[in-house]
Design a protein around this ligand. Structure first.
Ligand SMILES: Nc1nc2c(c(=O)[nH]1)N[C@H]1C(S)=C(S)[C@@H](COP(=O)(O)O)O[C@H]1N2
Ligand SMILES: [Mo]
Length: 357
């Protein structure tokens, strides 16, 4: 594939381009960790190109390729089909990129590219069966209506799933988020939702599903979204979310530094933990390097984050709080960002600096 040129990594100051990307792609304010379901307006955003103009009244979803009954289906017809609702924690694969040095020039998330929503729509296998997926199909490709250029290549945002993932009942073609029609920035009127996977799999503004008998080689599938030690490598595809957790920073912030300030005494620290290999089995909180177990709640749904809390007897002075989770596969968060040349999958333990008065 031509046009593979990579951007040059950056050390130090954030560029104007990174600031522009960060302003368009807002993160979830960490105080919103108090909500089990992130209110729609606080859910993080990741939009590669422009939000396409979309009219729900005339929108159709085309099914083509290896189906014996291909065709198009409108929104009204989708709403008539049996509905499924799933609660899903979604995290951007680039979350944490801004903390890796040197960092890849892209959306410079620190740690806020994660949220949880309740999605309602039609289970993907129901749609695939309706159009009669043929035996020869190997992958299912999902095309968004948004177009742009990345690394010199013009394309519509598109991603594929291998058949075994596409046939999961909890993979949805969703038309509602938290009980409301999708907002423009979240993919209105239709999007895919792939529970457990990093967000890039959940294609927004979904207008076409194509069944193919080979591996899809689109830009967002074969060039982007790979873990790579060096930018030139083929790499390993990003799929399920690595284990991760966050705390809602305690006390109140200083406006500019956002350093936390609070009074001495007993403080309850609360947070959420999630993994693409659920459930999370353990969350630990460290105060100045001393780790102890937090109380972890059961998952409210298979792919939704789990609440945790810990009590801390805060004494006057400066302290460093950190949290880390371990999931069902035994994977635990690292203390330092795992190296990745294009900044994917940084699940290093969060650090919060606190000044206790
Ligand atoms: N069509 C389309 N789908 C897309 C994207 C996009 O830019 N275009 N961004 C993806 C990425 S990288 C993420 S992390 C999620 C973010 O979904 P949200 O903005 O609803 O939180 O959408 C995914 N789906
Ligand atoms: Mo993302």
């Amino acid at each position: 594939m031509p046009g593979k040129a990579r951007r040059t990594p950056i050390v130090g100051r954030f560029t104007r381009q990174e600031v522009a990307l960060a302003a368009r792609n807002s993160g979830m304010p960490l105080e919103a960790l108090r909500y089990e379901l992130t209110p729609a307006g606080l859910h993080y955003l990741l939009i590669h190109f422009d939000i396409p103009a979309a009219d729900a009244a005339t929108w159709t979803l085309e099914l083509r390729g290896l189906f014996s009954q291909p065709g198009a289906i409108g929104l009204a017809a989708l709403r008539q089909m049996p509905a499924t609702t799933v609660r899903v924690t979604m995290e951007c694969a680039g979350n944490g990129r801004g903390q890796i040095s040197p960092r890849y020039p892209s959306v410079p998330w620190l740690e806020e590219g994660v949220s949880t929503a309740e999605w309602t729509g039609v289970s993907l296998p129901v749609l695939l069966q309706k159009a009669k997926l043929e035996e020869s199909a190997r992958e299912v490709v999902f095309y968004g209506a948004d177009r742009g250029i990345d690394r010199g290549l013009e394309h519509a945002f598109a991603r594929s799933l291998a058949l075994e993932e596409a046939l999961r009942e909890d993979v949805l073609v969703a038309y509602a988020m938290n009980g409301e029609p999708l907002a423009p920035q979240h993919g209105a009127p239709l999007r895919l939702v792939v529970p457990g996977w990093y967000g890039m799999a959940s294609v927004k503004w979904l207008e076409r599903i194509e069944a193919i008998d080979r591996a899809f080689d689109g830009v967002q599938q074969s060039l982007s979204y790979h873990f790579r030690a060096a930018a030139g490598e083929r790499g390993v595809p990003c799929t399920r979310m690595r284990v991760n957790c966050l705390m809602a920073p305690p006390g109140m912030p200083d406006f500019y530094s956002r350093r936390r300030v609070l009074g001495a005494g007993r403080v309850e620290i609360i947070g959420r933990a999630w993994s693409g290999a659920p459930p999370v089995r353990r969350v630990e909180l460290s105060v100045d390097g001393e780790w102890s177990d937090a109380a972890l709640e059961a998952a409210p749904a298979p792919h939704a984050w789990q609440r945790w809390r810990a009590l801390w007897d805060a004494s006057a002075g400066r302290h460093e709080l950190r949290c880390r989770a371990t999931d069902a596969s035994g994977a635990a968060q690292p203390l330092e960002p795992p190296w990745d040349a294009t900044g994917f999958g940084n699940n290093a333990a969060q650090t919060v600096e606190v000044m206790v008065r």
